[in-house]
Design a protein around this ligand. Structure first.
Ligand SMILES: *Cc1c(COP(=O)(O)O)cnc(C)c1O
Length: 458
């Protein structure tokens, strides 16, 4: 019983100086709850024979730690050193400063979202982006929804509900999770008409499939895989001609889509959105947070009458964007008006544009310091070459030469053990395991200090 009497009361902990400081930081209710929980654990330990006085002495510190952990958000920033620049599980693109500021203003203020300041009447939320999208893609019109999955869903539903949607067997892709083209078509109410084979689809396959029930021809960018060898697909301009002749709209889902030619960054030449529009697609869909470098969003650009039909679809309200993202998108798209400075201002392109030699120099600079930080824990660090990829399904087989740190230790489970410890840091460091070591690709590391500070907490 002596043990229990050594424990303080809730009130004693609460009114001690440490307790008052915790109340000021976290609020009374949270602190009382944390003290009660710790006292309960202490009583349990005393029943098991532990020393009450020692438990009482450690209690304020434990309560403070519990509160700090509870306050720490699961959404806290991490260092993405995975080598995948647009990592879907790490939130894809990080925004340009201009976009962050615009979003912050939108969050904290009422704004003319659907309000025509000139006339005082009702406005359209998409109007803030329509002009910019038309300018940047040379499309007749544009509409914006929650993400590209929603863009494909609402476009298919508008064009082909209760009718047929023709698509090549080579393009019936799964993007990941539950996003599979055939399932999206079914949910859109369209009847899937598969044509061609996995590796080859010809113009006559499309021509033979078109009939009175056809609502749309869908072309899907096979963004996350590539078929090589004996292959044939119908080039977009030719497919557009077939669609036009039959009077059927052609929807081209570009997936990532880019507003600039990425071959300048050493990536494979892919049609830009503007080129996809020029090739004759009636509608083109693409993502806001992949290579475009903005917040999550889905864009649909193309024929005015079809965009108007999409905007009349009741689904539009269910997949519309909020003011915060509209503000961030407007600021992001405006950066594209100045292509010369784009790679400086847009983080996605800045990371993509970093020369291998610059990253290798960073790796050489950081290796000794990181090695020193890891040595007491039984791990070593050395600079190494590695390969980055874009991620989010964009350009799956293309890699970009990069450099990083190879972190090694003894024992087959060393990379997993180290990986778990780096994930547990207050700024988690996320790498990827390759050839028995944990590799940190430095392409997306803006500041050396950020890594050193994070690892110092080991
Ligand atoms: C990524 C992708 C999608 C889905 O886009 P989200 O913006 O993630 O919703 C759809 N189609 C293709 C071809 C894609 O690459």
């Amino acid at each position: 019983m002596q043990g229990f009497r050594a424990l303080p009361s809730v009130d004693q902990v609460l009114t001690a100086p440490e307790g008052l400081a915790l109340v000021a930081e976290y609020g009374r209710l949270a602190v009382v709850t944390a003290i009660r929980a710790r006292l309960e654990i202490a009583r349990e330990k005393i029943r098991g024979g532990a020393d009450g006085a020692a438990l009482a002495a450690g209690l304020p510190r434990e309560v403070a730690e519990d509160l700090a952990i509870a306050a720490r958000s699961g959404l806290r920033p991490v260092l993405n050193l995975t080598g995948t620049m647009l990592h879907t599980n790490l939130g894809r693109a990080i925004l340009a400063g201009e976009a962050v500021r615009a979003a912050t203003v939108a969050m904290a203020n009422p704004l003319a979202l659907e309000f025509d300041l000139a006339g005082g009447g009702r406005g359209q939320r998409d109007d803030h982006l329509r002009g910019l999208l038309r300018e940047l893609t040379a499309a007749e019109d544009a509409t914006i929804v929650n993400n590209n999955a929603a863009a494909v869903l609402i476009a298919l539903n508008t064009l082909a509900e209760g009718r047929e949607a023709i698509v090549s067997r080579g393009e019936l892709i799964e993007i990941g999770g539950a996003f599979r083209m055939p399932d999206i078509m079914a949910r859109a109410g369209a009847k899937l008409v598969e044509i061609g084979t996995t590796n080859r689809t010809h113009p006559r396959d499309y021509e033979n499939a078109i009939g009175s029930e056809t609502g749309v021809i869908l072309k899907v960018h096979t963004s996350n895989y590539r078929i090589e060898g004996f292959t044939a697909e119908v080039p977009a301009p030719q497919l557009a001609a077939i669609a036009r002749k039959a009077g059927v709209p052609l929807l081209n889902d570009l997936g990532s889509g880019s507003l600039v030619d990425l071959s300048a960054f050493g990536l494979r030449r892919e049609p830009t959105v503007e080129e996809a529009v020029a090739e004759g697609a009636d509608l083109v869909t693409f993502s806001g947070d992949k290579l475009l470098g903005g917040p999550q969003a889905g864009f649909i650009v193309g024929r005015k009458d079809l965009i108007a039909a999409i905007n009349r679809n009741p689904l539009k309200r269910a997949v519309r964007l909020d003011k915060i993202r509209i503000a961030a998108l407007e600021a992001t798209l405006k950066l594209y008006r100045d292509p010369d400075r784009l790679a400086e201002r847009l983080p996605t392109l800045r990371f993509l544009a970093r020369p291998e030699a610059e990253i290798a120099a960073q790796a050489a600079r950081l290796a000794p310091a990181v090695d020193t930080l890891l040595a007491p824990h039984g791990f070593s660090a050395a600079a190494c070459p590695c390969k980055s990829q874009v991620g989010s399904g964009a350009l799956p087989v293309d890699t970009i030469p990069s450099a990083g740190l190879r972190l090694a230790g003894t024992g087959g489970d060393a990379p997993d053990r180290l990986s778990a410890r780096l994930r547990a840091l207050s700024v988690p460091v996320i790498g990827h395991i390759r050839d028995g070591a944990l590799v940190l690709d430095l392409r997306c590391l803006d500041r050396d200090d950020a890594l050193l500070e994070a690892l110092a907490a080991l």
